[in-house]
Design a protein around this ligand. Structure first.
Ligand code: 13P
Ligand code: SF4
Length: 370
């Protein structure tokens, strides 16, 4: 059914909205000078070539032999430092192939990363993704050190709403339960009943057994959920700056050029885009769809690096990749990951009282999954 309403900051009589596109910066070096290790050598040597050859095999379809000597020394250094530090690297599906395939220990969509973060044994987590993902890891691991290689890696959805906005929504719609997409700050997660990701949004909404649910902050994911359930949805005006750029016209043009092409899209896209897609799902569901269907040619309507990561794994599937990059995800680079491990920076912190309340919303979602 159509969504019941879409609200934004302008719908509430409140002081100027303090949204920042960029989250607060993490602590630069929590361990201080004493915690820093010497910067390893980054020379391209025969030994580096030999010891990284197995990693190059994984990415040789998407990284040229000319590029590899520039990356391999840093990859080797990161993998050695991970052992020295006892650290684990979590990487989202939108990370570039040299990160995703060559240094990450745990890879996945937002739901998989949250579930895996709740099971991590290492004392140090390096989150290769955006700030809300690192915050989620910290919320689930309050006693561990969570590092993000660049804490300016924000998200247009997370910066579209604050905890104060959620409180105003609750006043406007008393008794209506609130679901927050994980693409939100800890402050927002602390105010809601349960979190969801694009993998489980419909399941989470229906789990509340309520006739109406407030679903925030992604208006397009809210619209998609509304097409899959009889629950009435009240939405927020947020949008992903990467997925909202796709258009139905663009997808129709691909189909006109090749009527046999398969098109798969992420539910953060606008409805006219999803109407043209053969399949809609989270990043993990999209990857599994390609693995299982093994199409001859597929257009991936999502962040562009994911198509590179799938291409590395499935060289015989022709990927058409309209290149919409997420500028926040792309802040994470090999040199910054290395700095993170050498200098133990930038540490992600969450106020313990907020973290405790936010943890309830995240764990309620994870337990639903289990
Ligand atoms: P998922 O990987 O959960 O589908 O999320 C996509 C996204 O945009 C994350 O920022
Ligand atoms: Fe946020 Fe969109 Fe970037 Fe994901 S792709 S981090 S939703 S801006």
């Amino acid at each position: 059914m159509p969504i019941t309403g879409i609200y934004g900051p302008e719908d509430f009589d409140q002081p100027a909205h303090g949204h920042s596109p960029v989250p607060a910066r993490g602590r630069a070096n929590p361990a201080g000078r004493a915690g820093a290790l010497p910067m390893p050598s980054l020379e391209w040597t025969p030994e580096v070539e030999r010891s990284t050859a197995h990693l190059y095999e994984r990415v040789k379809n998407v990284i040229s032999p000319l590029e590899w000597p520039l990356m391999a020394p840093t990859i080797k250094a990161i993998n050695e430092l991970k052992k020295t530090r006892g650290a684990v690297i979590l990487a989202h599906n939108y990370q570039t192939p040299e990160i995703f395939h060559c240094v990450a220990d745990i890879r996945g969509d937002s739901l998989q990363l949250a579930i895996e973060a709740s099971k991590v044994k290492s004392d140090i987590i390096v989150q290769c993704g955006v700030h809300f993902m690192a915050e989620t890891s910290k919320i689930l691991n309050p006693h561990k050190t969570v590092l993000i290689p660049d804490s300016r890696a924000g998200c247009s959805l997370a910066s579209s709403i604050t905890g104060a906005d959620v409180r105003l929504l609750r006043e406007r719609f008393p008794g209506v339960p609130v679901v927050a997409y994980v693409n939100t700050s800890a402050d927002v997660k602390a105010e809601v009943d349960i979190c969801c990701t694009s993998s489980n949004a419909v399941q989470v909404v229906e789990s509340l057994n309520a006739p109406t649910v407030i679903f925030l902050p992604d208006q397009y994911l809210a619209k998609y959920v509304a097409t899959q359930t009889d629950v009435k949805i009240i939405a927020w005006k947020g949008a992903c700056e990467v997925h909202e750029r796709f258009t139905g016209d663009e997808l129709r043009a691909y189909r006109e050029a090749d009527p046999t092409v398969q098109i798969i899209a992420h539910p953060e896209c606008p409805p006219d885009v999803l109407a043209e897609a053969d399949f809609t799902g989270s990043t993990a569901h999209m990857i599994n769809w390609v693995r299982n269907k093994h199409p001859k040619r597929v257009v991936m309507i999502t962040e562009c690096s994911m198509a590179d990561n799938v291409q590395a794994e499935l060289p015989d599937v022709e990927m058409v990749r309209p290149c919409n990059l997420c500028p926040h995800m792309k802040r994470i680079t090999l040199p910054k990951i290395l700095d993170s491990l050498v200098l133990l920076r930038e540490e992600v912190t969450v106020d313990p009282l907020i973290a405790e309340r936010a943890r309830r919303s995240v764990e309620r979602m994870i337990n639903l999954k289990n």
